[in-house]
Design a protein around this ligand. Sequence first.
Ligand code: ATP
Length: 326
Amino acid sequence: MSAAKFSSSSAPPAAPASVRVRAPGKINASLRVGPLRPDGYHGVASVYLAVSLFEEVQATATEAPGITVTVDSDGPLHIPVADIPLGPDNLAARAAQALAGYAENPTGVHLHITKRVPVAGGMGGGSADAAAALVACDALWNTHLSREELAGIAAGLGADVPFSLLGGTAVGLGVGDRLTPAISKTPLHWVLVASDSGLSTPAVYGALDALRAEAQEQAEEPAEVDPAVLAAMRSGNARELAAVISNDLQAAALRLAPELADLLSTGERLGALAGMVSGSGPTVAFLAEDAGAAGKLEAALRGGGHRALAVEGPAPGARLLPAVVG
Ligand code: ATP
């Protein structure tokens, strides 16, 4: 009996006309921030955790050249999208533009972003859009870059973009872009609370510098993350982690948005093991004992009029979604 024959062709597979990618928002279980550097940045030592709140980007090839963007939002956090730039400043458009330089024949592309991560919320939502757009255009344009090459382009787009590409749990050094994956037992349960207005990340870093100057505090360049945080993530013990989560930007975010102090104590009164401002804020992340406790806390916070959502982490990084049939 002869072996079955399969037809083969040397031509590369045709690029799809439209692809969808989802990429996670993040929280920082620990964030140490160094002094303002001469280049205008701050060094950080961060324990990133990707959570199950995903941005989605659909990239569709267009006959007309160029990059166009539309944005809407869905999901329980009701993210307002009116202030998001739709031109070349949109982080997803910047990502597509950067990737086009690596494609042989990039078509025009329309990027439709479905936002679920709070805008200017300290959860890297725009960075997730950029990571999703990189993966989407890589598939649309058949560029087939490696994850390392995509990460290199991501780092040029923003400090949090490489992490949204990677997902999971990672230590971030440098400006947050030098990543080392870390071990974390799945899942840790958190409840996010979105704020009605955002905080500008540079303004929060500026407020931190001002607070330190007022206190005559000499910050040091952070060389490593708190090992106790990594140990707690590794064991997956929420109580252990609750005792050690910390964020150097929290006091600065509270100075700019003092109402967050009440929210933090409300969440803890309602049963959170601990609460913290996520990154530069103003989104607050509460750590819960388990899924049941997170569900109860979400309900109690919603009952109090808050836009709350239970999520878990670690969650995977930017990934293609199956094609929609029909
Ligand atoms: P960071 O990554 O600095 O923590 P963030 O999560 O606080 O940022 P983002 O939602 O990423 O905040 O957006 C910050 C600003 O970037 C917004 O105010 C908006 O003007 C601009 N921006 C550009 N592209 C996007 C995008 N695709 N989604 C959201 N904001 C965008």
